[in-house]
Write a protein that binds this ligand. Structure first.
Ligand code: C2O
Length: 523
């Protein structure tokens, strides 16, 4: 814990190595990474390496109660994984309670030695971490919300590299090109990001290369990462860097903009900063302008391996609901919940991966529905009952099968953009649309050639996205909305991918090694 002061008041926060945001993890493609996490705080912790594929190293993925038991106060744990076939920017964050508010940092995976970027080499690189700040204790914020049944308070500020105001200066030299590795580590807010007077050339999202394009404003959801090139071609001066919230249908009005300054070296300290306005909170067209421009690089060297056939065709509704809660006074006897296919996920008390591996019964079931239990006009009139069912359910996939998953937003309470994150895989975003998904017409428009490849995708408010991936990674893999409040409310599920013979060896051998590590307290 470290007393940290923002917005003129201090509070103790959980930090990693005393830093907020935490240290950036640097590695190269194909490196094996060992991270020893020692828990010195009073909370249980676990760390997730968001976007790292964890091929056959499911035990190192990190979500508490899904792939591991949390690391208890005074205990430690060694995460041991190899970064296979990935390079780019990702993030690590705590994966328990709301600790990731302050327990997060960047992951920079450089290409293998001697392998260049598929775009002009930047002169310099800067990690830019966007976040949120509450003046009060974040655990208290969510606990209060759970007690009342109502939504938690929105944060008091957005931050850039841990600061709400112009404290974080990004110095730059004229005519040089910088690569910004932008990470959204906020809990509950999608963010616009822009720099006054400078275009951003987008080259990568979620550690996958994209066809480069120039744009003024990008949008980035919690858990997503975006690399952009910026050329300091304005001669001199100071320019505002801004991050502001995006919500297509604003539920809570939140206009706080976090700012930093890009200043050219040699610029006088007292010279004025060129200002940029930020998009309105509901500027969906600005967001779509960015999202719809994303295409996989799909070059010879980095082909887009889009599954062309489908073994499992799934349709999941994502949305909110209302369940009875006699003790929720502020919520008038009911509480807000969230669900996928009307199942509100209940966290188990034994890690699902351990339960699967050691055949422990009664931890979870594999009857997660591949389709919603009832159909209705998802973006129109809500169904008569807003109630969901509780369950700890996984959807089972055979090894190496292909999956097409349509994620449909429901307007049961309100339509809302849900950034859905899948652990253990990258997927291709092959289609997206407004209204109800039409299984007859919409697949005709799917992009099966160069769709963007990601690990976290915004399901448009009042619309749907279709993704495809290959289940080539045995283990138990969490999938959830990366707005932490929705995860807390139950917008989550897991895929169980059976073991199968892969290119390397057997999963279980590796699992066992790692598990022994865990049970012996990993010295
Ligand atoms: Cu970045 Cu399951 O989270």
């Amino acid at each position: 814990m470290r007393n940290t002061s923002r917005l003129c008041s201090a509070k103790p926060i959980v930090t990693v190595n005393g830093r907020f945001p935490g240290p950036t993890l640097y590695a190269r493609e194909d490196d094996t990474v060992l991270v020893k996490v020692v828990n010195h705080v009073k909370y249980n912790v676990s760390i997730h390496w968001h976007g790292i594929r964890q091929l056959r190293t499911g035990w190192a993925d990190g979500p508490a109660y899904i792939t591991q038991c949390p690391i208890q106060p005074g205990q430690n744990f060694i995460y041991n994984f190899t970064i296979t076939g990935q390079r780019g920017t990702l993030l690590w964050h705590a994966h328990i309670l709301w600790l990731r508010a302050t327990v997060h940092g960047g992951i920079v995976i450089l290409p293998k030695l001697g392998v260049p970027y598929p775009f002009p080499k930047p002169d310099n690189e800067v990690v830019v971490i966007l976040g949120e700040w509450w003046k009060s204790d974040t655990e208290a914020v969510i606990n209060e919300a759970l007690k009342s049944g109502l939504a938690p308070n929105v944060s008091d500020a957005h931050t850039i590299n841990g600061h709400p105001g112009p404290l974080s200066n990004c110095a730059s030299q004229a005519e040089k090109t910088y690569m910004l590795r932008i990470i959204n580590a906020a809990l509950n807010e999608e963010l616009f990001f822009k720099i006054a007077g400078h275009k951003l050339t987008v080259v990568e999202v979620d550690a996958t290369y994209v066809k480069p394009f120039k744009i003024d404003t990008i949008v980035i959801a919690p858990g997503q990462t975006t690399n952009v090139l910026v050329t300091a071609n304005q001669g001199s001066g100071k320019y505002m860097v801004a991050a502001s919230p995006f919500m297509d249908v604003p539920i809570a009005v939140d206009n706080i903009t976090a700012t930093a300054t890009l200043h050219y070296s040699g610029t006088l300290a007292n010279s004025p900063t060129t200002f940029t306005s930020t998009p309105p909170q509901n500027a969906t067209s600005i967001a779509n302008n960015f999202i719809d421009s994303l295409r996989s690089l799909n070059s010879k060297k980095y082909p887009a391996k889009v599954p062309q056939s489908v073994d499992h065709s799934l349709f999941f509704t994502v949305g909110l609901g209302i369940n009875p809660c006699p003790t929720c006074k502020a919520g008038n006897g009911s509480r807000a919940v969230a669900a996928i296919n009307n199942v509100t996920f209940v966290m188990p008390t034994t890690a699902m991966l351990q339960a699967h591996f050691f055949k422990i019964k009664g931890v979870f079931t594999t009857d997660f529905p591949g389709n919603p239990p009832f159909t209705f006009n998802y973006t129109g009139t809500p169904p008569a009952s807003l109630q969901t069912t509780n369950g700890t359910k996984a959807y089972r996939l055979s090894y190496n099968t292909t999956v097409q998953l349509v994620l449909q937003d429901t307007g049961i309470i309100t339509p809302e953009n849900h950034p859905v994150h899948l652990h253990g895989f990258n997927f291709f975003a092959i289609g997206k649309g407004l209204g109800n998904y039409n299984p007859k017409k919409d697949p005709k428009k799917f992009n099966l050639v160069d769709p963007v490849e990601r690990n976290t995708i915004g399901v448009p408010a009042g619309g749907w996205v279709a993704i495809r991936f290959r289940a080539d990674n045995p283990g138990v893999w969490f999938m959830h909305c990366h707005l932490e409040v929705h995860t807390t409310w139950g917008l989550k599920m897991a895929f169980l991918v059976d073991n199968g013979k892969g290119p390397n060896e057997s999963l279980f051998c590796h699992l066992l090694k790692t598990f022994q590590n865990v049970s012996s307290g990993a010295k």
